[in-house]
Write a protein that binds this ligand. Sequence first.
Ligand code: CDP
Length: 218
Amino acid sequence: MNKVIIAIDGQASTGKSTQAKKIADNLSINYRDSGAYYRAITLYLLNTNINYDFKISQEILDQISISQEYKKGNFRIFLNDDDVTNKVRGHMVSLSVSNYAKKPEIRKFVFDQLRKSAESKSLVVDGRDIGTVVFPEANFKFFLTGKPRIRAERRHKQIDDDSVKVDIIEQEINIRDKTDSTREIAPLRKADDAFKIDVSDLTIDEVFNKILQKIKSD
Ligand code: CDP
């Protein structure tokens, strides 16, 4: 197979990473979670009390080293050699990440990491701006959307913690979607040549079959 880049963009909690992993397994290619880079940077900056109101200096960015590993359903992310796979999903990170992700210096950091990962190998990447900004030349582009309530219910099930209410998750999802789609740099939007899928009434396998059909039919 020639080198192939597959971009899965879309709103929060539409199952982008689930789909991206299934594609990676099915086609035996590598996977990168762009949101996880933003989450890991956010975790680092929150831990070091660096607010998003200020420009993040190169000196600070140079202290951050992030790597990702993916093997057969198992995704791990490391921040300065610490495994932060679970920590980056924490509530504080989820609340703050979109504010840090607006910043040009942080976007450039992630952009460079992703472009480097794709230099010599095929990749499936999920995020917000993968098909529009990071890999406009991607071979396949998908854009996932869904009703906010359904997305919140699915995320609620996934985190399996009754102290976190669905309403709160829905609120957080709505705020993040708004921040992501109205920001100046690399806003969340469908690339003109992306294939849009509304996941509200579809199971994981139904979405996956649509994606796979599209890839195989081209
Ligand atoms: O999993 P979920 O869709 O909830 O979010 P995520 O993929 O982990 O991304 C977390 C946040 O990072 C998003 O809400 C965006 O603010 C930001 N992000 C971004 O700006 N650009 C990307 N390519 C990926 C994520």
